[in-house]
Ligand binder design. Structure first.
Ligand code: GLN
Length: 291
């Protein structure tokens, strides 16, 4: 046996002990709590009073398999199969990036910029799990939202998410770099384009965590060192064609490329460009307007 007895108290002690080298104390508390609450369907307040509750053998094996997968650097959200994003439960697996907190900030910026009752047409490029498109639709039910991704697996996942959450978003496969996939959207019909495209230069790999490098899809993360703004350029030019006059673009960006991305967007012809920091104080979001 790997636990002293079947109580939640000993399961917690076992998880804490096996994982203490890999996570900080506060990360570990959260992982243990979420694992147990997820498995037993406990609310956070039930959890606090649950130490003496007994677990079944299969509950214990489940927790042990979580520990093994975490020791193999698999991200917790992939193991549990979901992540919280803007009040939504987004299904997550290796088909797309795990939704990040800084991307919630982007969604909030977009929502606060517009009036929720306007009937906007919004396009989310490189949609991945669909988290941005779905959160925008959830917050602004009157909007007409579509999402595009090159990966048909990501589009399968985003459609599963739309179905699970019961939101109407049009997800399609398409190559944003080629732009032809956008021909289906009439010229000058879109009010807002949003994108969190791949933006990490290959050379950043050395400073990245194993859980990202070994488990999240590379195509969603990396761009070449030679042309790290390749997606922003392609999307910028497409946006100029597709957006209505005064239409908006919102980007998530690499923290070190705020200046360069701003300059590129000015060259393409955008105005009223605003760079924003995320809660960690890093340049992370860009808003721009078509004249
Ligand atoms: N922000 C993500 C990360 O740090 C990267 C997202 C992206 O490349 N679009 O892993």
């Amino acid at each position: 046996m790997f636990v002293q007895n079947n109580s939640i108290r000993s399961a917690k002690a076992y998880m804490q002990d096996r994982l203490k080298e890999q996570f900080s104390a506060s990360e570990l508390r959260q992982i243990v709590r979420e694992s147990i609450c997820h498995r037993l369907n406990l609310s956070p307040s039930d959890y606090m009073l649950s130490d003496d509750q007994l677990l079944s053998e299969s509950d214990l094996l489940f927790l042990r398999s979580i520990v093994k997968r975490l020791l193999n650097h698999e991200p917790f959200q992939y193991i549990i199969g979901s992540a919280q994003f803007c009040d939504l439960i987004i299904k997550t697996d290796a088909r797309a990036l795990i939704p990040r907190p800084e991307t919630e900030e982007l969604v909030n910026w977009i929502s606060s910029h517009f009036n929720a009752t306007q009937r906007l047409k919004v396009l989310d490029l490189c949609t991945g799990s669909g988290c941005i498109a779905l959160a925008l639709k959830h917050i602004n039910p009157a909007w007409d939202v579509a999402g595009i991704d090159l990966s048909s697996q990501a589009i399968d996942l985003s459609n599963e998410n739309a179905k699970n959450i019961d939101l109407q978003v049009d997800f399609r496969v398409g190559d944003v770099l080629k732009g032809e996939c956008l021909a289906q959207f009439e010229n000058e019909s879109i009010d807002c384009i949003v994108s969190n495209p791949p933006y990490i230069p290959e050379s950043d790999r050395v400073q990245m965590e194993k859980n990202v490098l070994q488990h999240e899809p590379e195509m969603a993360l990396f761009v070449s060192d030679q042309d790290p703004l390749i997606f922003y350029r392609a999307i910028g030019f497409s946006a100029m064609k597709l957006l209505k006059p005064l239409g908006m673009v919102f980007f998530e960006i690499h923290e070190n490329l705020g200046g360069k991305t701003t300059e590129l967007m000015r060259e393409i012809g955008f105005v009223n460009i605003e760079l924003r920091k995320d809660l960690q104080g890093k340049n992370r979001m860009l808003m721009l307007q078509k004249p």
